[in-house]
Structures are given as C-alpha cells and as structure tokens.
Design a protein around this ligand. Structure first.
Ligand code: NAD
Length: 359
C-alpha cells in the first residue's frame, strides 16, 4: 500500500530537518514494506513570500488528501513586522484547525547518552519515558464568553471561560488509553477537581472511558501536585492526560526535564485520522542555512508518524533505536556537543541515523 505524505518544510531550519526526517522515514518504511507518495507545499514565511498567505488553500487540500503531514517549523525575523493576522504562525494555527487536531502528543524520553543534558540529577532522569496527551482544541483557550470589558462601575474586567463537554473529554481520554495500551499501561489524569467543576466532569468521564480498558491502570493527580511530582520522580509516569491549559504548561515542563530542544518530537491527531507531526522547536533563524541544526526531533517526529498514522510501531521503534545508537556512538550536533566534542552537521547526523538503521 502507498501512503500519501505531505511535507511542509516551512522556514529557517525547517527545510533542513524535514529533509533528513524524510530520508529516514522512507528508509524505515521501505524496510517495513511501506511505500510513500510524498508531496510538498509551502507554509509560514516562505508561503507569504511566494503566495501572499501563510497557508494556501491548495496546501489544506493536499493535507486532507494525505495520510499524514510532516512539518518543519515556521517564522523568522523577516516576517516579525507583519500584522498578527498575516504572520507565519497563522499558517500553523490554520492547518491545526482545518484538520481538527484535538490531541497533542508530546513524548519526553531521555536517551541514556544524553542524561547529563538535563538540569536534574542523572539518577532522577534515568529511565524517563513519558507521554503528555494534551487536549488541544477546547478548554479555557477557546471557551466563550471571553474578553475585556468595562463593568457598570467603569472598571476594566477580563474573563475567560473553561468549558469541556463530555464528548471532548471522552475522545482525548480514549487517545490516552489507546496510547497507554501500546506502552506501560498507566494513565495519570491531571485535573483541579478540588476547585473546578470542569475537572469534576473530566474525572467522571475519564473513569467511564477507563471501563473499556481493563488492562490499563488509571490514577488521578491534582495539577499542582503533578507539577512537583514531574520534577521529583519523572521516571514513574507513562501517559499523562490533561486539558488544554494544564497540558500547555506540563508538556513544556516535561520536555525541559530531558534537557534539549533539538530532541523533542510531537504529534497532533484529529477525528479524521490525519496526523500532523512536527518537532517542538522553532525555525531557529540564528543557525538556519548553516547545516548546524539537530535533525533528531524531526526524525523522531517521523517515527511518531509511522506509529500513529501508519500503524507501523516496529518501524517507529527501529528509528528510535537508530537514533539511540547514533548518540551512543558519541555523535553530537552543535546543540548537544559538550566541551571538547566536535559537533557534526545536520546532514551528517541524518547519514549516521540512516547507517544505524541499515546496520
Ligand atoms: P527556536 O526553537 O527556533 O530556537 C531557540 C534556540 O534553540 C535557538 O538558539 C536555536 O538555535 C536553538 N534550536 C532550536 N531548534 C534547534 C535544533 N533543531 N538544532 C539546534 N538548535 C536548535 O525558538 P525561537 O528562537 O524562540 O523562535 C524562532 C522562530 O521560530 C520565531 O519566529 C518563532 O515564532 C518560531 N517558532 C516556531 C515554532 C513552530 O513552528 N512550531 C515553534 C516555536 C517558535
């Protein structure tokens, strides 16, 4: 079977890292008997320059006709002066909205060779392998009413509304339980039910969904405790599921425990089955065009694509093992290199991961 993959390289180092991710995806897929039909479209600043919009309708059409989208990053100082509504980031927001991507998956794993990169002690960091599943299209970021207005007494007053209905909670919980089933079978649901009614419903619905997953253990944790526990014993957690606001904060906290931006992949999944896969980092204009970017976050995003969109977990694992082998051999891009270590370029790291994949 041939899978259609849309590549949106974007700006800055986006094209450099997605080029390496595509090579590795193709090689890992081929070994697993998968064939790909790649197409490419512009997004972000490069699309603004060429087409006057951060994401053209043709790119949306191409995404809708694909099994998955592999994205680089958007933005850069060149476009910073544009009005907010026509900035590169609007392209990202639009594709997420058009594809209905309600689940954001952010793994935080520590490769043994990089345990020293974390600001936590190596013995605390050892063995971290968790996945934050964040609800992405609901909650307080989207709830109505919202806005800033004057009160009757003439004071300025601002409000936002946290709303979740049971269907929104059930579908994100289902993504979390399905993910846990493929992992270590523990779901930690994070809430603030001692204060928020939204969290009380959240817990009720998560419990209901859990009934269909006898093989998965469910536990609940208050968000304030979770913020502390993630630093105290991060290795204990497997899948952490939470709403948009708490997930925004906890996914960044979990990511930083691992210590390096160039290593972090992500996936966003929607109802229609199309997934969007992208590194967590931005377009890094300071190193763009120098062959200095770390392509591993993009390569690990390609592994997530194989796992979640193409049902090829073994091929995904083969990529992760190849990345681990490359790091174990001492290979480091500039962002990972310690004192006295000679960094390698983006293409050379891609070459090495490919070689380890074939080994
Ligand atoms: P950034 O992630 O681009 O860079 C932060 C720092 O990390 C820089 O020093 C950069 O060189 C380094 N870095 C990032 N990724 C790296 C990699 N793969 N290899 C080696 N080093 C890497 O964040 P920023 O500097 O705040 O933003 C730059 C631009 O990217 C801005 O226009 C911002 O809006 C945009 N941005 C886009 C996304 C996205 O597309 N999803 C996310 C964040 C920022």
């Amino acid at each position: 079977m041939t899978s259609k993959i849309l590549v949106l390289p974007g700006d800055g180092i986006g094209p450099e890292v997605t080029a390496q991710a595509r090579r590795v995806l193709e090689a890992a897929g081929e070994r697993a008997g998968l064939a790909f039909d790649f197409s490419e479209e512009l997004i972000g600043g490069s699309s603004i320059d060429a087409r006057g919009t951060p994401l053209a309708d043709s790119a949306i059409e191409a995404a809708r006709g694909s099994s998955a989208v592999l994205l680089g990053a958007v933005g850069g100082p060149r476009w910073d002066a544009l009005p907010v509504d026509t900035r590169p980031e609007k392209g990202l927001l639009r594709i997420r909205k058009e594809l209905g991507l309600f689940a954001n998956l952010r793994p935080a794993a520590v490769f043994p060779a990089l345990a020293d990169a974390s600001s936590l002690r190596p013995e605390v960091v050892a063995g971290i392998d968790l996945l934050v599943v964040r609800e992405l299209t609901g909650g307080i970021y989207f709830g109505e009413p919202r806005g800033i207005a004057a009160t009757a007494a003439g004071r300025r007053e601002a409000r936002n509304t946290m709303v979740y209905d049971e269907d929104e909670i059930a579908r994100i919980a289902t993504v979390a339980f399905d993910s846990a089933r493929r992992r270590r079978k523990l779901v930690t649901s994070v809430h603030k039910a001692n204060v928020l009614e939204v969290s009380q419903l959240w817990n009720e619905v998560v419990e209901e969904v859990a009934k269909d997953y006898d093989d998965v253990t469910l536990e609940h944790q208050l968000v304030d405790s979770m913020a502390m526990l993630l630093l105290k014993e991060p290795g204990r957690y497997d899948v952490v599921v939470t709403g948009n606001l708490f997930g925004d904060i906890l996914s960044d906290e979990a990511a930083m425990i691992t210590g390096s931006l160039g290593m972090l992949p992500s996936a966003s999944l929607g109802e229609g089955g199309i997934g969007l896969y992208e590194p967590v980092h931005g377009s890094a204009p300071d190193i763009a065009g120098q062959d200095a970017a770390n392509p591993l976050a993009a390569i690990l995003s390609a592994a997530m694509l194989l796992e979640h969109s193409l049902d090829a977990p073994d091929a995904a694992q083969a990529i992760r093992s190849a990345v681990e082998a490359a790091l174990d051999s001492g290979a480091r891009t500039a962002d990972l290199a310690g004192e006295g270590e000679t960094p390698m370029g983006c293409v050379a790291m891609g070459d090495l991961v490919l070689a380890k994949l074939e080994a």
